[in-house]
Write a protein that binds this ligand. Structure first.
Ligand code: GDP
Ligand code: GDP
Length: 439
């Protein structure tokens, strides 16, 4: 990734056979003739990257145009390009010459790219006029979703293509998502649900306490806790240890602290108390986690206070009260007795895995296409919107963009969410579906 003012930029890789118009397309994207590179025979022109700007968003375009005539044939060269793009790019653009149609080499590249967990956009290039539009449609045969008709030479369709590319780019460049180190957990919930009790229980295995805020306080901010054979970083535990005065007015500060902990974390454990009804304050904390787009584990604490015959009834009450987050991972625990506490780790892992799931574009579109065929969006004002293409634009949490010819009603979006969850799981993570209307 290249460095810009705002940190590393997302990467768009352009792949395809020679002469399909990759350099022309890169020039078109850059709006200047910069990508023209003298091809010295026998020298590989490999992976040249440029910084581009569209609608105020900066990204890096990598022209994988370099192809080595000495490599073992064109097929091998294309495969290398595709593999490279899959490893490094956030979005892959496969350029095909629509006047020629899909060649064996194009099909080979598409076969590799169908395995990609990154969005792949097919450009049907050299659609210079309306008459050639039909050529573009034939490239559905590549199995990578809707081909985008473009004339790189004349600019036709290039704006739409760039919109599509931007929509598919991740919100935050991948590098910012710090890798390595224990996963970050926020332990949150309204006062008296048992947060400090749970922390104390976990702290039996606590290895160390880390990160004093420089110079200002001696309070340790985070705790590293071993749970389920793994280390976890519980963030802002200082706030839990130091009992906040719960007098009026303090609630505001408590909620700020909760917000800060959630922001610092990847996954939040929202603690609820089994011996009290789920309150508005509980619901607010849950909303904070969902709105922040963090993975969510609901831990129902004080399970020891319940009589055996009350269990099923309480489960039903919770199902009802928390129906809007029925996808959340749920575990019953007792911080007092330690019961169930060890199960927390597996719930955290599952929620985080869902949070990071990326569905391959081809698989996503194949599934949604079948779904839409069976249950099309309802017509509004006589005309039913058509869903053309779906892409997963981001992870942590998973975000989907649906390209449609018309507005999709909330009911249908909820239907899509339910079906995506049925098919791909996403247990323990919020997911987001947005709709882009394009005629
Ligand atoms: P690359 O080497 O695969 O990146 O392809 P180039 O960008 O060098 O283009 C190959 C040839 O196709 C050049 O002669 C371009 O002028 C031509 N070309 C590129 N895009 C278009 C297009 O949209 N329409 C037409 N008619 N020709 C194009
Ligand atoms: P916090 O305000 O969320 O940190 O809650 P505390 O950890 O201070 O707990 C509030 C009260 O609930 C204390 O009196 C705890 O002893 C009690 N408590 C916490 N966990 C449990 C539990 O699992 N079972 C029972 N019976 N009481 C608990």
């Amino acid at each position: 990734m290249s460095e810009g003012n705002g940190g590393p930029l997302p990467v768009v890789a352009i792949v395809g056979r020679p002469n399909v118009g990759k350099s022309t397309l890169v020039n078109r994207i850059l709006g200047r003739r910069a990508a023209v590179v003298q091809d010295v025979p026998g020298v590989t022109r490999d992976r040249i990257s440029y910084e581009a700007l569209w609608n105020g968003k900066r990204f890096t375009v990598v022209d994988t145009g370099g192809w080595d005539p000495k490599a073992a044939g064109l097929g091998a060269s294309i495969s290398r390009q595709a593999e490279y793009a899959m490893q490094t790019a956030d979005v892959i653009v496969l350029v095909v010459d629509s006047a020629v149609g899909a060649t064996d080499t194009d099909l080979a590249a598409a076969r590799i790219l169908r395995r990609s967990d990154r969005p792949v956009i097919v450009v049907a290039n050299k659609v210079d006029d309306e008459r050639s539009e039909a050529n573009a449609a034939e490239l559905w045969s590549l199995g990578l979703g809707e081909p985008q008709p473009v004339s790189a030479l004349h600019g036709r369709g290039s704006g739409d293509l760039l919109d599509l590319v931007l929509d598919a780019l991740p919100e935050a460049p991948r590098e910012q998502l710090e890798e390595g180190g224990p996963r970050r957990v926020a332990l949150v919930g309204r006062p008296n649900v048992g947060k400090s009790s749970l922390l104390n229980r976990l702290a039996k295995d606590e290895r160390s306490v880390v990160d004093s805020v420089a110079g200002t306080t001696v309070d340790p901010v985070d705790s590293i806790v071993t749970l389920g054979g793994e280390e976890w970083r519980f963030v802002d535990t200082a706030g839990l240890r130091r009992k906040v005065n719960t007098a009026s007015g303090m609630e505001y500060y408590a909620s700020l602290r909760t917000e800060a902990a959630i922001q610092a974390a990847e996954v939040a454990v929202v603690l609820l108390a089994a011996d009290e009804v789920i309150s508005e304050q509980d619901q607010r904390v849950i909303s904070q986690v969902v709105d922040a787009g963090r993975a969510l584990v609901l831990a129902i604490n004080k399970w020891d206070t319940l009589d055996e015959d009350r269990h099923a009834q309480l489960e039903r009450e919770i199902d009802r009260d928390l129906a809007r987050v029925k996808w959340a991972s749920r575990v019953n625990i007792s911080a007092a007795s330690g019961r169930g506490v060890n199960k927390l780790a597996q719930h955290l892992r599952e929620a985080l895995a869902s949070w990071e799931t990326r569905v391959p574009t081809a698989e996503l579109n194949a599934y949604v296409r079948a779904l839409v065929q069976e249950t099309p969006p309802p017509a509004r004002g006589g005309r039913a919107p058509k869903i053309k293409y779906v892409t997963q634009a981001d992870v942590r949490p998973p975000r989907f963009v649906v390209f449609s010819t018309g507005f999709l009603e909330a009911g249908y979006r909820r239907f899509l969410e339910r079906k995506l969850r049925e098919r791909f799981g996403f247990h323990g993570t919020p997911i987001e579906i947005s709709v882009k209307v394009r005629e």
